[in-house]
Design a binder for this molecule. Structure first.
Ligand code: RB5
Length: 145
């Protein structure tokens, strides 16, 4: 798959760890920054990654900020995005299977690199189950109209 990734200044140490992990898994990665410790605004990176996903330039997206909260809230404002912020793998897996999430967010101040990799792997390996969940995902889409 092709993954879009982005972070704010709080995520600059965790992001390269996840990029390397994704590449080891055989995915290609488009990195939308940021790459320096200079203070930036997380909605800008949420927007860049979200656009890459909704335009199908990338299959899925990953976003990192301090908590994962602000950047996932921002991403969820973009029509067609279903972003989940996760600190453990169970919710990450179920968010794909039931909610068809297309962006995974986590907080670099909340979880360490090994847990972030585990969450990422569970999320990527899971597949949307459709069926009864499709109706609910469609209802979510209606809320955006
Ligand atoms: C930046 O200080 C911080 O607010 C941001 O990384 C994130 O945690 C917001 O939700």
């Amino acid at each position: 798959m092709k993954l879009a990734i982005g972070c704010d200044h709080v995520g600059i140490e965790l992001k390269p760890v996840i990029v390397e992990f994704l590449e080891e898994l055989g995915h290609s990665v488009q990195d939308f920054g940021t790459d320096s410790a200079a203070r930036v605004d997380y909605p800008d990176y949420a927007q860049a990654v979200s656009q890459a996903v909704v335009t199908k330039n990338c299959d899925l997206g990953i976003l990192i900020c301090g908590t994962g909260v602000g950047i996932s809230i921002a991403a969820n404002k973009v029509k067609g995005i279903r972003a989940v912020v996760c600190s453990e793998p169970y919710s990450a897996k179920l968010s794909r299977e039931h909610n068809n999430t297309n962006i995974l967010a986590f907080g670099s101040r909340v979880i360490g690199p090994e847990l972030a990799k585990m969450i990422t792997k569970e999320w990527l390996d899971a597949e949307f189950q459709g069926g009864r969940h499709q109706k609910r995902v469609d209802q979510i889409s209606q809320l955006q109209n």
